[in-house]
Design a protein around this ligand. Structure first.
Ligand code: C2O
Ligand code: CU
Length: 555
């Protein structure tokens, strides 16, 4: 194994996207940020210096961080944010994993521009599928003409919602369906007839779940969230913020220019206001960018092609749930019978929106929309959960995250005490798990107002996605339909807004691990919690904090 060193400076640079030229916070002057390429087992050492005039942290999304929890890069969970002038040396291995993951700022809405790919090649570069001739990274994102951190603050002030992104992006460019491609160009993938390409697709967007299609070309999905799946041929793939997909395509069509497009999914409004509880203030609007981002697959020919050989994909309607669920349900691991036979702990989380009285000193409202898990809206602690746990500092968090066993839950009953729109409780509460515990976790979406999945991401672990359904989870009938044989092993799962998803995971990595919706607007609203995975009965000697970590965080 190799140790790979990187020196990164986070600072403001001038960026031109979507016809605006603006200062944005980026890594080493690049947008999208520098990719990291490593081989399974390598050690990665990145010295990150913050020269930006705002707090920063970098999270390695999908890196297992086995026994390196201090390097997970999450402010208030594993570190304090890096202030201007501070640095942090992230140091971890990419052991026991191979595939496409990524890195991003994990603070405010900085992920919009502080983001890049992290690719872990298998040892000896051997894949469980025919070796592609070449590969391309396809980093999906979102762009705001305004400073994204200002968009976040403005949204919190209204108490009701956030400004929609001004453009979707593929590798930092909106493409030619927006008006700026003449000046800015379009992301172009040059292909040769007969060759096969691996697309490493990452949805690093903040708030938009997307469909992805390539004109006339079949996508063969071979990996999801850095774990191999049985090859699956489809026309349109579906990917949520926090997910990755590896997809093979073969240049087997007549030579031409083939558009790849990515388009928003979801946001069907329910206009039946009888389900509205009296105090809820929800933003009843369609809140996704409407124009697809595009890139092109350009067949390399001589003489050059005439421009009439240009083809566009047909993508599903924005609100078409069928292809989405069919796609998600069709993913199967290539390693069957790995799921632990029994769960020793069963947990039930309801996830959705809620209301909170506004803080009128900075909010212009009476009740604000927030988000909750089991009716708790997460409040950031002053020092990190991991530090408080490791040093036994009291008063930082409570260990009484509601531990609800699997149960039938009627989220559609507006009179239920669990009805959406009720006032949530504010709190920093964690769920404490013994090392080695196998957990069945059912996530019940309970939002009556918006059809939007919550892509939930777990740090430090992947989980088996046993199954999903619409409506209310029923522990007596639903489990029979679950797949214990060959479910996909993922790190981000879509919780249907009016349905449920069942996952099983083994808590085999000690430390403090964030679990949250990867839609940034919902993170801002508090849709997160943390698990503390114990190793034995006390603080774990295998997890010493790195020295440079102590100064900024203990003062
Ligand atoms: Cu991309 Cu907390 O994660
Ligand atoms: Cu969400």
């Amino acid at each position: 194994p190799t140790t790979r060193y990187y020196d990164w400076t986070v600072e403001s640079a001038t960026v031109t996207v979507n016809c605006v030229t603006v200062p944005r916070i980026v890594v080493n002057g690049e947008f999208p940020g520098p990719p990291i390429y490593a081989v399974e087992g390598d050690r990665i050492v990145i010295n990150v210096t913050n020269k930006a005039n705002t707090d920063v942290s970098i999270h390695w999304h999908g890196v297992r961080q086995i026994l390196s929890n201090w390097h997970d890069g999450v402010p208030y969970i594993t570190e304090c944010p890096l202030k201007q002038g501070e640095y942090f040396v992230y140091n971890f291995t990419v052991e026991n994993q191979q595939g496409t993951v990524f890195w991003h700022a994990h603070i405010n809405w900085l992920r919009a521009t502080v983001v890049g790919a992290l690719i872990v090649y298998p040892r000896n570069f051997t894949y469980p599928y025919p070796k592609p001739d070449e590969e391309f990274t396809v980093l999906l994102g979102e762009w705001w003409n305004r400073d994204p951190n200002a968009v976040e603050i403005a949204g919190v002030k209204t108490g009701q919602g956030f400004q929609v992104a001004d453009a979707l992006l593929i590798n930092g460019k909106p493409g030619s369906l927006y008006n700026c491609s003449d000046a800015e160009g379009i992301s172009t993938f040059k292909v040769q007839s007969g060759k096969t390409y691996l697309l490493r697709v990452i949805n690093a967007g903040l708030n938009t779940e997307t469909f992805l299609g390539i004109a006339n070309h079949t996508q063969t999905v071979v990996s999801a969230d850095g774990e191999y799946v049985k090859p699956k041929d489809i026309n349109t793939s579906f990917i949520s913020p926090g997910q990755t997909l590896d997809v093979l395509i073969t240049a087997d069509q007549e030579p031409g220019t083939y558009y790849m497009e990515t388009k928003s999914y979801s946001s069907i409004m329910i206009t039946d206001t009888t389900v509205l509880p009296p105090i809820a203030i929800m933003s009843l609007r369609n809140d996704d960018p409407k124009i697809p981002a595009s890139a092109i697959f350009q067949y390399d020919t001589s003489p050059p092609l005439d421009p009439s050989h240009t083809f566009f994909p047909a993508l599903p309607e924005e609100n078409d749930t069928d292809p989405t669920f069919r796609f998600l349900d069709s993913l199967r691991t290539i390693y069957p019978d790995q799921v632990p036979a029994q769960a020793t702990r069963k947990q039930f989380f309801t996830v959705g929106l809620a209301a909170q009285p506004c803080n009128t000193s900075f909010q212009n409202c009476t009740f604000a929309t927030v988000a909750q898990i089991n009716n708790i809206t997460w409040v950031e602690p002053e020092i990190s959960i991991l530090k408080a746990y490791y040093f036994g500092i009291e008063g930082v968090y409570k260990t009484n995250f509601p531990d609800i066993p699997l149960r039938f839950f009627d989220f559609t009953n507006a009179d239920s005490p669990d009805a959406p729109g009720r006032v949530s409780e504010l709190g920093t509460r964690v769920s404490v798990i013994k090392y080695g515990t196998v957990i069945d976790l059912v996530l019940q979406g309970m939002n009556n107002l918006l059809f939007q999945n919550h892509p939930f991401h777990l740090h430090g672990h992947s989980f088996w996605v046993l199954g999903r359904g619409m409506g209310n989870f029923d522990p007596n009938t639903s489990p029979s339909g679950l797949n214990y044989h060959d479910p996909p092993f993922r790190f981000t799962v879509d919780v249907p807004s009016r349905g449920w998803v069942a996952i099983r995971w083994k808590a085999n990595n000690p430390g403090a691990w964030y679990f949250h919706c990867h839609l940034e607007k919902h993170t801002t609203w508090g849709m997160m919690m943390a698990f503390i995975v114990l190793n034995g009965d006390g603080p774990d000697e295998t997890l010493p904090p790195p020295p440079e970590h102590l100064t900024p965080c203990l003062t």
